[in-house]
Every structure is written in structure tokens, then in C-alpha cells.
Design a binder for this molecule. Structure first.
Ligand code: FBP
Length: 251
């Protein structure tokens, strides 16, 4: 199994996601978060286990931070402008990611998209290359596309978690399926593959922290969160509270 020690603390993890500029466009950003340097400062000062970038941000902003914060490089991505079933093509190789200083690589698979098989193929090649180099591989497992319609979203969430294990992901990044019973099943189905939960849209602070506590109690390894942190008025104060929740639970 791949060594996750560079991107975890006592078996737990908190990552700062910042690939939304590609996925959603700059509308997600405020006057502070539009600047990638500010995200790097939050990641370093908040002692995150990694910051998640696409390659352009890594190429232009990460060099000075190489020794300060691990980089998780997203290898594929897409905009939210197309209306067809989602497909996020690979736009960066494992080799480029390593040259940019990545400690881990990530890839989104839209489970239930009619292009799922294309993403499986790309993922399989990435898995081979990443694991050959002992680089951890994070799979964003998102349920989206025509084949998810009229199916039970809870069953699909557990299925998606299992697919992450079956495909050889070391870590699955997924959305909370909405209830603890289903999420516990996801954790179980993922087996040795660890789960980190996405943050989602900005919500009220206590609700966010309560949810984080729930994720950890159900067996998540941690969270990979973006908007809830860097859209906050005080990202570091909220990070401190979130860290208490994530790292308080026994490993
Ligand atoms: P957030 O915490 O901001 O939701 O970020 C998590 C994330 O997975 C990002 O890595 C990614 O850009 C975004 O969510 C994808 O959002 P969507 O679910 O709208 O495609």
C-alpha cells in the first residue's frame, strides 16, 4: 500500500481544495480568495495536510511553498458550462505533477456519466503511474450524469465508494450522502481506501462543524474543503475549530 504519511497526521487529514476556479469559475471567489497566494497562506498557517490545485496554479504559485505545504495536484477537470453528461479529461500527467512537487495526485470520476468508461481508462493509467512512483492517488467520486437518474442516491453513494477501492484509489473524496447510516456503509464499502468528505457550498459555521464531527464519527479520514473555509470572514479561526473536530477523534 502507498505511504500516506506525507499527507496525513496520525491517520487523519484536512485538505484545502482550490480547483473551483476551473470547475465553477471565479464567481466562487471573494476579493481575498481570488488570489492563490492567500490560499497558500491559509493552507500553511492553518497547518493543512495539503492544498489542492490544478497545474496552472501550481506552476505559477507553488514554487515558494514547496517545503511548507504538500501539494495534491488535480490531473483532470472541466468547467460547469457544458450540459451533456459530465466528462473531465486528463489535463496533467503524473510526471508533470511530480515535477511540480506534488505529494499526491487527484482525479474526478463522474459515476453514472455515459463517459464513465473514458474516465476509468484514464484513471487506470494514472493509477499505474502514480503507484509505480509511490504517489498517493485521490479519487473524487462524484455521482453525476444520466445513469444516476431514477436510481437510489444512497445505494449509488455506497457503490461509488466501492468503485474507488476497486479502481485502486488510496483516498476517496466524496460528498456526504446525507445520513449517517449510508455514510457508514460507504466507509465500510471503501475498505482500506480512506474517505475524505467534500465541503460543499458555504453554510453556517456551527452546522458545518457539526457535520464535520458526524463525518469523523462515521469513520471518515477527514475533509477536503474549499468554499466553507476561504469564503469565510476569518478562514484561520474557522480552520482552528475544524482542526479540533477532525483531529480530536481517535485514529
Ligand atoms: P468545496 O469544499 O468548495 O465544495 O470543494 C470541494 C470540491 O470537490 C472541489 O474540489 C471541486 O472544485 C468542487 O468541490 C466541485 O464542485 P461541484 O460538486 O459543484 O462539481
Amino acid at each position: 500500500m502507498v505511504d500516506l504519511s506525507k499527507i496525513t497526521t496520525n491517520g487523519k487529514a484536512l485538505y484545502l481544495a482550490y480547483d473551483q476556479g476551473l470547475e465553477h469559475g471565479p464567481t466562487d471567489f471573494n476579493d481575498e480568495s481570488i488570489h492563490p497566494e492567500n490560499i497558500l497562506k491559509i493552507a500553511v498557517n492553518g497547518s493543512y495536510n495539503g492544498v489542492i490545485f490544478q497545474k496552472g496554479i501550481a506552476q505559477n504559485y507553488y514554487a515558494h511553498y514547496k517545503d511548507k505545504i504538500p501539494l495534491i495536484l488535480k490531473l483532470n477537470g472541466k468547467t460547469n458550462l457544458t450540459e451533456d453528461d459530465p466528462y473531465a479529461p486528463q489535463i496533467c500527467s503524473v510526471k508533470e505533477a511530480v515535477e511540480l512537487g506534488a505529494a499526491a495526485v487527484g482525479y474526478t470520476i463522474y459515476v453514472g456519466s455515459k463517459f464513465e468508461h473514458e474516465m476509468f481508462k484514464e484513471f487506470a493509467k494514472i493509477e499505474e503511474e502514480a503507484h509505480f512512483g509511490n504517489i498517493p492517488l485521490v479519487a473524487w467520486m462524484y455521482l453525476r450524469g444520466s445513469e444516476t437518474i431514477n436510481k437510489d442516491p444512497k445505494e449509488l453513494a455506497v457503490y461509488a465508494a466501492r468503485i474507488g477501492l476497486e479502481l485502486g484509489a488510496d483516498i476517496i473524496k466524496m460528498k456526504y450522502p446525507g445520513d449517517e447510516e449510508t455514510f457508514r456503509k460507504c466507509v465500510e464499502a471503501a475498505g482500506t481506501t480512506k474517505i475524505v468528505v467534500s465541503g460543499g457550498e458555504k453554510i453556517e459555521e456551527q452546522e458545518f462543524l457539526d457535520l464535520a464531527k458526524k463525518f469523523m464519527e462515521c469513520g471518515a479520514m477527514g475533509m477536503a474543503v474549499g468554499r466553507n473555509i476561504w469564503q469565510d470572514d476569518d478562514p484561520l479561526a474557522l480552520t482552528k475549530k475544524l482542526r479540533q473536530v477532525i483531529f480530536a477523534q481517535p485514529a
